[in-house]
Design a protein around this ligand. Structure first.
Ligand code: PMP
Length: 297
């Protein structure tokens, strides 16, 4: 993730990654009380551009608000700092990790004088699950109930659930985990959203038990342009197995087509699916994306 020359952004300053430090008494280290984002930048014909920078930073600040994490950050500062960070690290196709983490506090409360920090790192990171059709596993771990956490906040602590599910899937010989919600409906991947394709239509779980992904939104936008209907509805694992095709979406995984679920393979010829078209179009979409937030720099 970093070399001896890597630069990170920490509380308004660009510093060497090797010199950036954090207290071991941070509330985030002990309890997972922090929020983060994952953003990608792509080399486009206009230069290096963040993909949906504003959407990601809006979600970061929304996560902080849902978790009552105090901060004085503004979207413009965040976007500008990120573009400068890419420049300072000579990065074009990169993964960017903004993190808001808490200062020292061993209590289980956000105090009136609680303060937070902003850290942004960037590095080159290939498509997280590789550029192939993946094998997924229905996890024995369920997504945490929205009654336990605000699920629409991208909170550090929530990711222990993802780590358990993803590790279980890996150890069982699969590429990634699919998690069900507390009622047994299909929710999402460990760090991705899920779509299924059936008879020319797309289905994806509605908001409520998922992180509303920026890539999920981009896929819905692309589908609309292609006049492909996208239906947000709950569905069962039976419907997942019976689909013509399925895929995961996320900043790290981009579009990851699914080859099999619990070893059961999709039968439809992949090149005849909408999933195939969307996977192909997405690559084009991100490389031609004209980040509207860039104009403010
Ligand atoms: N769900 C979860 C749990 C995630 O961690 C992610 C990755 N941020 C997603 C969905 C996909 O979101 P996005 O497309 O914004 O990366």
């Amino acid at each position: 993730y970093h070399t001896k020359d890597s630069i990170v952004y920490l509380n308004g300053k660009f510093v060497k990654a090797s010199e950036a430090t954090c207290s071991l008494y941070s509330q985030t280290v002990h309890y997972g009380m922090g929020v983060f984002e994952g953003i990608r930048s792509y080399h486009t014909q206009h230069g290096t551009r963040l993909f949906k920078a504003r959407e990601h930073y809006e979600r970061l600040l929304h996560s902080a608000q849902l978790m009552q994490i105090p901060h004085s950050l503004h979207i413009e500062e965040l976007i500008q700092a990120t573009y400068l960070l890419l420049e300072k690290n000579n990065l074009e196709d990169a993964y960017i990790r903004p993190l808001i983490y808490m200062d020292e506090n061993m209590s289980l409360q956000v105090k009136k004088d609680s303060t937070s920090n902003l850290f942004i790192a960037a590095w080159q990171w290939d498509k997280y699950l590789g550029d192939k059709r993946i094998h997924v596993y229905i996890s024995s771990f369920m997504r945490p109930s929205p009654k336990a956490f605000p699920v629409e906040a991208k909170t550090c602590g929530n990711y222990v659930n993802s780590i358990l599910a993803s590790t279980e899937a890996r150890n069982a010989g699969y590429d990634e985990a699919i998690l069900l919600d507390q009622n047994g409906f299909v929710a999402e991947g460990a760090a991705s959203n899920l779509f299924i394709e059936k008879n020319g239509k797309l289905y994806t779980p509605p908001r409520g038990n998922i992180l509303p992904g920026v890539t999920r939104g981009a896929v819905m936008e692309m589908a609309k342009e292609k006049e492909i209907e996208v239906i947000e509805k709950l569905f069962t694992t039976d419907e997942l197995y019976a689909a013509d095709a399925a895929f995961l979406t996320g900043t790290a995984v981009e579009i990851a087509p699914i080859k099999s679920v619990n070893k059961i393979q999709y039968k439809k010829e992949y090149h005849h699916t909408i999933t195939y078209e969307l996977e192909r179009d997405f690559k084009h979409f991100v490389r031609n994306y004209h980040d509207p937030a860039y104009t403010i720099i």
